[in-house]
Design a protein around this ligand. Structure first.
Ligand code: MGD
Ligand code: MGD
Ligand code: MO
Length: 647
């Protein structure tokens, strides 16, 4: 990306967790300073917009979420789930409340209101590290439980009880995930999750919401502790819509218009790496047309799918079984401090290059060295740059050490493994290149084939903070300013109650992973899963019948999809899973084509975003629903009602 020098960088982050990164960045100073619910030690867990029994958790890395939630309840703890669907997680919980999509910020702010109103706020030890407590109290004043009830669909009494129970629990944590991010008020909801964690005294304490201390590459344990530069955002804007950059990338909801709008700076060529934006991003039809119009496109991928079918060149990846793995990102979000390295299981395939080599070769091409460039020299250069940074950063364990000596110690390795060894050894659990011989190295992890457990999370405030003030910013200026939008919605939505308008939400499925697990026969067997869940009252009102196709339309597009009538979804809401629709021309997925389904992102409107993060709104999309005409495409198989899953 540096070699290309383009500001046109897009990732799945802006159809996923960017709002949480923005709120965390403003509050704690880095985008991955995301408080993680300490599930194994908490007594009370409030879950919003997450379904860990299907997803196994996200921004919350741990195996066996079902077992952990059961254990929590078995030791007398309570689990409350807020979701417009009665998900599998909701079924396992003590309590579930349907919420109108997009209304989480209203619910959470009303809980903040109750906690202040009833004198229950007690940040405890954190008080001396906080800015903005009074401001938050002030911001919450208009958001009474009565006002929030109309917007959320949750009664004022229930909101009060939830607030009291959260504040009263010995140890409690609030966890919000994709349902709270991919919506109109994504950053506000993400912020309020942690406001509640702070004001109930649960942030950064055992059994509350805590900061992981990862073994490698974590910016909130790098450099000098306790203070930093804060969030990088708004340094440039997208060409067409003028949406701000965040963390060096632009909202993927802008990608199609950046390709199909003529003028200076128009995107004419593209590289995709392990992404399927033609399915996973809003207004996918427009993006598909845009991708087809490019002058050149190269993709690194393992399939000829909806995205890579547009490419001029596909560089195939190796099987995960033929390459090593260390998860730099997700271990920063783990519920215990852990480190695990997976060595390749199978021998390298002589026909296939490692992906990191393909990427370096592309770098060679881009920098004018040609496709027969010296990949090993480029790899050495990358490693030298990383070493140079470590030895020059103030506060790094390796500050002032000799780059040559460190480089020599790493010389037996190449590629990502050399970088991982460096990052592990420089990290807070590392050996510091001999400084603490019992510390971690990659060699040690190679011995520990099941990984290393570095212990339960422990309190990290204030050292973890990287805000310019060195404090937790409870009411960051840009976020506080966005509360105005909530106030407007309070009036508008409170008034428009119950006029029959429908909205769309998604749902994740256990035997799927976004768009790319549908070409495996075992994972697509059984009844068709790409169905629209519709509440019985809506089905009756709209003339929809179980197993028959409905036409669902939005500003962006229109699809036909078979209906499953179920009271697992709240009235006024339709749920369609994402990642389906594999019947497009040129897609070479023979199994997935047989179980095609339709792409729900044809309905997602690229003009709807959360303004603070640029994140796409994928939940709470206004739609119209009607029985499909007699000429419906019939592709939809009739699902067997007995097998209708709750998620
Ligand atoms: N098996 C499987 N596991 C996965 C994935 C997969 O596709 N399959 N995907 C992985 C990825 S990329 C991610 S990001 C994670 C996501 O992990 P999760 O966030 O746990 O995933 P979801 O199951 O999508 O849960 C989101 C829930 O939010 C609800 N929801 C929708 N709108 C709203 C709203 O406005 N408010 C509230 N409160 N709830 C709402 C939905 O009904 C749904 O139950 O899962 C990861 N794990
Ligand atoms: N409506 C709606 N849309 C959503 C979501 C939603 O909840 N609702 N969820 C959003 C979320 S959370 C996310 S993360 C995005 C995901 O968006 P994407 O990342 O664009 O989607 P995936 O389907 O995960 O695509 C993964 C790609 O990687 C390829 N691949 C798999 N293994 C390898 C490999 O080893 N090497 C290489 N090079 N390629 C490989 C696959 O073939 C596929 O093309 O979707 C988002 N879209
Ligand atoms: Mo995701």
């Amino acid at each position: 990306m540096k070699a290309l020098g383009s500001k046109n960088v897009y990732t799945a982050s802006t159809v996923d967790q960017m709002p949480k990164q923005v709120s965390s960045g403003h509050m704690f100073g880095t985008a991955l300073s995301v408080p993680i619910p300490d599930i194994d030690r908490t007594d009370h867990l409030l879950i919003l917009g997450a379904n860990p029994l299907a997803s196994n958790g996200s921004l919350l890395t741990a195996p066996n979420m079902r077992g952990r939630i059961r254990d929590l309840r078995a030791r007398g703890g309570k689990v409350v789930v807020i979701d417009p669907r009665r998900s599998r997680t909701a079924e396992e919980a003590d309590e579930h409340h349907f919420i109108k999509p997009g209304a989480d910020a209203h619910l959470l702010l009303a809980m903040v209101n109750v906690i202040f109103e009833e004198g229950l706020a007690s940040p405890g030890r954190l008080s001396e590290h906080l800015n903005g407590l009074d401001e938050v109290q002030e911001l919450a004043v208009p958001f009474t439980p009565e006002a929030a009830a109309a917007v959320t669909g949750i009664s004022a009494d229930a909101i009060r009880v939830m607030a009291r129970e959260l504040a009263g629990a010995e140890r409690a944590a609030v966890y919000g995930r994709i349902g709270t991010c991919t919506q109109e008020f994504g950053t506000l909801a993400s912020w309020l999750v942690d406001v509640l964690n702070v004001i109930t005294g649960n942030l950064d304490r055992e059994g509350g919401a805590m900061f992981t201390l990862a073994a490698a590459a974590q910016s909130n344990s790098a450099g000098e502790p306790g203070r930093g530069r804060g969030l990088a955002a708004g340094r440039w804007a997208s060409r067409v819509r003028g949406l701000p950059e965040t963390l060096g990338e632009l909202p993927v909801a802008c990608l199609a218009e950046e390709i199909d709008t003529p003028g200076e700076g128009q995107i004419r060529a593209m590289v995709t790496v392990a992404g399927n934006p033609a399915v996973s991003t809003p207004n996918s039809e427009r993006l598909n047309r845009a991708l087809e119009s490019l002058d050149f496109m190269v993709s690194l991928d393992i399939y000829v799918n909806e995205t890579t079918r547009h490419a001029d060149v596909i560089l195939p990846g190796t099987s995960p079984l033929r390459r090593s793995h260390y998860d730099l990102a997700l271990y920063q979000l783990a519920i215990r401090n852990v480190a695990n390295f997976s060595a390749p299981v199978l021998e390298p395939d002589p026909e296939l290059q490692d992906e990191w080599r393909s990427i370096l070769r592309l770098t060679g091409v881009i920098t004018g060295q040609g496709s027969d460039c010296d990949v090993d020299a480029l790899d050495d250069f990358v490693a030298q740059e990383l070493i140079r940074r470590e030895v020059s950063v103030k506060g790094s364990r390796l500050h002032g050490r000799s780059a040559e000596k460190l480089s020599a110690e790493l010389s037996g390795r190449s590629g990502p493994e050399r970088l991982v060894d460096l990052l592990l050894r420089a990290g807070p659990h590392g050996d510091g290149f001999g400084e603490r011989p019992e510390g971690l190295t990659l060699a040690k992890l190679e011995q520990e084939v099941h990984g290393v457990d570095l212990g339960a999370l422990s309190p990290r405030v204030p050292d973890v903070l990287r805000t310019p003030s060195g404090r937790i910013e409870l009411a960051p200026e840009p976020i506080a300013a966005d509360v105005d939008r909530l106030r407007v919605a309070l009036d508008e939505r409170g008034a428009e109650n119950g006029n029959g308008a429908m909205v769309l939400v998604g749902r994740r499925q256990l035997r799927s992973n976004n768009s790319w697990m549908h070409n495996v026969p075992r994972l697509v067997s059984g009844p068709a899963r790409c169905t629209a869940h519709v509440h019985p009252d809506d089905a009756e009102r709209l003339g929809l019948a179980d197993g028959l196709p409905a036409r669902v339309s939005s500003r962006a597009g229109s699809i036909e999809v078979p209906v499953e009538v179920t009271d697992a979804v709240m009235p006024g809401v339709v749920s369609i899973p994402h990642g389906w629709g594999h019947d497009a021309e040129g897609v070479e997925l023979s199994v997935a084509r047989e179980h095609s389904g339709v792409n729900s992102n044809r309905l997602a409107d690229e003009t709807l975003i959360d303004p603070l993060s640029g994140n796409a709104v994928l939940n709470g999309i206004p739609i119209e629903v009607a029985p499909a005409g007699a000429n419906g495409n019939g592709r939809a198989g009739r699902p067997a009602p007995a097998e209708v899953p709750a998620s």
